[in-house]
Design a protein around this ligand. Structure first.
Ligand code: FAD
Length: 373
């Protein structure tokens, strides 16, 4: 006889796990089905940055702040390693500093502050001091190790009563019923958190949704000195053009024009620099952005060179060795920050969180669970 759950979730990436958490806390009997023996999608390939400062004011910022609260709740209860790292936007050009100053003035609610070079160096002593004009410090950001979270969180969710079925691909979904690993299951609600898999379930809905895939190149570096600590998430000028929080700043226009003149290849490959550091001491470094429906699996050495070249403007790259390279892919809609689609009664697709899926996961799942989106 088919087993019955209140909620069945396809995908054990961060969105699937975040939904499992909220539904389990709401007292539902939850099952999670993951096609892989482990989840190996975007959720294990990222920086592990919970980054509310990057979200634009309004709904997205509120969701990110709420999400951060849930992250801290879950991380505290599960004992999974994390650091309240905050984040630092570094400025080595006057025009970049002007954007940071305009942003903190325009958006006092973010609680970010522009600080002097000596204050920056106190918080993160390893950044290059030469030419440093200041930085924007935000205390809110949290650092997790994505590989650890995706491997360890299911243990805590099992303790909340969630059942996991790994190596069990969901191949058919209809109202109240799904087929996974060749077996039938019944559930009142079905959630599809299948990331960038647009082909397996409801392919026609994905085809008409306008979503594309974004490919990103990433590197892991091992500092030569064990005591090397960046202490906070780091980014610099190129990031100003990447996150929607800075879009309302007039002072951003000349910065982007200068990048077009000085860094055309970085813009061509959508490169901006983020650096996080996890418990092991290794640095996660990236990234580039290529958009399309299908991406080749090959890593371009030229992209890695551009990433490391720009990184060297604020961290001395001779102090660490590159130990891993990989790419990740996420689903992205050209204009929407997330996709919640209901192809039939009792079935909800949640995806399209783009480059902010770790940040938004628990906040978005909370809203889905409460029927607010
Ligand atoms: C390189 C990179 C860096 C990033 N950095 C950050 C960051 O620092 N901070 C941040 O906020 N966001 C970041 N992101 C974005 C974030 O990682 C993603 O938005 C998020 O992980 C998406 O989660 P997901 O659960 O939707 O997808 P995924 O993690 O891809 O999970 C989907 C899962 O569904 C499974 N699946 C698919 N089809 C089926 C099926 N039919 N049956 C069963 N299982 C199925 C897959 O195997 C997979 O495990 C980054 C992304 C990348 C790629």
């Amino acid at each position: 006889m088919a087993r019955q759950f209140d909620v069945a979730i396809a995908g054990a990436g961060i969105l699937g796990l975040a939904h499992a958490y909220h539904y389990a806390k709401a007292g539902k009997r939850v099952a999670v089905f993951e096609r892989g023996e482990r989840a190996l999608g975007a959720s294990v390939r990222n920086f592990g940055m919970v980054w509310p400062v990057g979200q634009p004011p309004g709904e997205m910022r509120e969701m990110a702040v709420a999400s951060r609260g849930f992250w801290l709740e879950v991380l505290g209860a599960s004992g999974i390693w994390h650091l309240r790292s905050g984040s630092m936007h570094l400025a080595y050009h006057e025009d970049e500093l002007a954007v940071l100053e305009e942003f903190v003035t325009q958006q006092p609610g973010y609680g970010a502050t522009v600080i002097s070079p000596s204050e920056v160096l106190q918080k993160t002593p390893v950044v290059r001091p030469d030419g440093l004009l200041g930085g924007m410090w935000s205390a809110d950001e949290v650092c997790v190790d994505p590989r650890d979270v995706i491997a360890s969180l299911p243990t805590y969710l099992r303790y909340l009563g969630v059942e996991f079925f790994y190596g069990s691909a969901v191949s058919h979904v209809e109202t109240g019923r799904l087929v996974a690993g060749g077996e039938e299951f019944l559930a009142d609600q079905l959630l599809l958190c299948t990331g960038d898999d647009f082909e397996t379930l409801f392919p026609e809905r994905f085809a008409s949704s306008g979503m594309v895939r974004c490919k990103l190149q990433m590197l892991k570096a091992r500092p030569q000195a064990a005591e090397y600590q960046i202490r906070t998430h780091l980014c610099a000028g190129l990031t100003l053009g990447h996150y929607a929080n800075f879009k309302g700043c007039q002072t951003l226009v000349p910065v982007l024009k200068r990048f077009e003149r000085e860094l055309p290849e970085h813009l061509r490959w959508g490169i901006h620099l983020l650096v996080s550091q996890h418990e092991s001491g290794d640095l996660t470094i990236g990234d580039s952005h290529e958009y399309g429906m299908s991406h080749d699996p090959f890593l371009r050495e030229s992209i890695d060179r551009l990433i490391l070249q720009y990184l060297d403007t604020f961290l001395d790259t001779s102090q660490f060795d590159i130990v891993e390279r990989w790419h990740g892919v996420y689903a992205k809609h050209p204009t929407k920050s997330y996709i919640v689609d209901r192809p039939c009664s009792g079935v909800t697709v949640v995806t399209g969180v783009g480059g902010a899926g770790m940040t938004l996961s628990f906040g978005l799942a909370d809203r889905v669970c409460r029927g607010l989106v």
